[in-house]
Ligand binder design. Structure first.
Ligand code: BGC
Length: 265
C-alpha cells in the first residue's frame, strides 16, 4: 500500500481484545492504513506482543506507525477508564475506538450461573458502554470528531440457543449503538456495529474441533466457508476512515449470508 493511499494517517486507534483473533487482524489492518495502535489484552501478553510486532511491520519502514500494549480487563469499569486515559497519555489523543473484546458461555438457560451471566454482560456490554463514555468525554473536551466501531455478532438479531446471555448482550449492543448514533451525531462522532457470523478464531475452538457440528454450520452458510479475521478487519478499516463519514447507527453483517439463510428442505 502506498503512503498516499493510506486511510488513517495520523489517527490513533484503540482495539480492545487485540492479542488474538479478530482484534489482532483489526489492529494490523488499521496499522496498514497508517494509524497508531493501542493493543489491549487481558491475560495473554505474548499475544499482544505478537500483535505489536505485526503492527510495527504493517506500518512500514518509515516508522510513522507505532503501537503500545496495555493490560486491562474490559469487564471492569475502572480498568476500562484507565485504559482510555493511558492511551491518551501515550499518544496524546485517541480518535478511533474498536470495542472488539467479547466472551461467550455455553449452557442451558436454566443452568446459567450469576457469575457467568455477569462475566458475559460485563465484557460484552458494560465495558463497551464505559469505554465509549470515556472516549466521548475526551472527544468533547478536545472538540474533535471520532469513530466508534463495536464488534457485535449475527446474534444481535439471530437466536443462539444455549447462549442466552451472549444474545442478550449483543442485542443490547445493537440498541446502544442506535441510541448513541443519535445522541453523538451533533458532535461529529459516529458509531456502528460490525456483526460477524462464524469466523475462524479462538472463540470457536470447540466448534472447529467438532466435525459434525462444523459441517452442520457450514450447511447454513451460503458462501460455504467460515470467515477469516481479515474479512472483518476490512470493513472496520472503512468504518474507521473518513470514507464512512455519513454512516452512523447501523450494523454491517460479515457472515457469508448466514443471517438471512432460511430454506425449506
Ligand atoms: C459466536 C460463534 C458462533 C457464530 C455463528 C458468533 O457470534 O461467537 O460462537 O459460531 O456467532 O453462530
Amino acid at each position: 500500500m502506498t503512503l498516499a493511499s493510506r486511510k488513517l494517517e495520523s489517527k490513533v486507534a484503540l482495539v480492545t481484545g487485540s492479542s488474538q483473533g479478530i482484534g489482532q487482524a483489526i489492529a494490523i489492518r488499521l496499522a496498514e492504513e497508517g494509524a497508531n495502535i493501542v493493543i489491549n489484552y487481558r491475560s495473554h501478553p505474548e499475544g499482544a506482543e505478537e500483535t505489536l510486532a505485526k503492527v510495527q511491520a504493517a506500518g512500514g519502514q518509515c516508522h510513522l506507525v507505532d503501537g503500545f500494549t496495555i493490560q486491562a480487563d474490559t469487564g471492569t469499569v475502572a480498568d476500562v477508564q484507565r485504559m482510555i486515559a493511558d492511551s491518551i497519555t501515550h499518544f496524546g489523543k485517541l480518535d478511533i475506538l474498536v470495542n472488539n473484546a467479547g466472551i461467550e458461555k455455553n449452557a442451558d438457560f436454566w443452568k446459567v450461573t450469576e457469575a457467568d451471566y455477569d462475566a458475559v454482560m460485563n465484557v460484552n456490554l458494560k465495558g463497551v458502554f464505559f469505554a465509549t463514555q470515556a472516549l466521548v468525554n475526551h472527544l468533547l473536551e478536545t472538540k474533535r470528531p471520532g469513530k466508534i466501531i463495536n464488534i457485535s455478532s449475527v446474534h444481535e438479531e439471530l437466536p443462539f440457543p444455549h447462549f442466552a446471555a451472549y444474545c442478550a448482550s449483543k442485542g443490547g449492543l445493537k440498541m446502544l449503538t442506535r441510541n448513541l448514533a443519535v445522541e453523538l451525531a451533533p458532535f461529529g462522532i459516529t458509531i456502528n456495529n460490525v456483526a460477524p457470523g462464524a469466523i475462524e478464531t479462538p472463540i470457536n475452538t470447540k466448534l472447529l474441533n467438532d466435525p459434525p457440528k462444523l459441517n452442520a454450520l457450514l450447511q447454513n452458510i451460503p458462501l460455504g466457508r467460515l470467515g477469516q479475521p481479515k474479512d472483518v478487519a476490512s470493513i472496520v478499516a472503512f468504518l474507521a476512515s473518513a470514507e464512512s463519514d455519513y454512516i452512523t447507527g447501523t450494523t454491517f453483517f460479515v457472515d457469508g449470508g448466514l443471517l438471512w439463510n432460511y430454506q425449506e428442505q
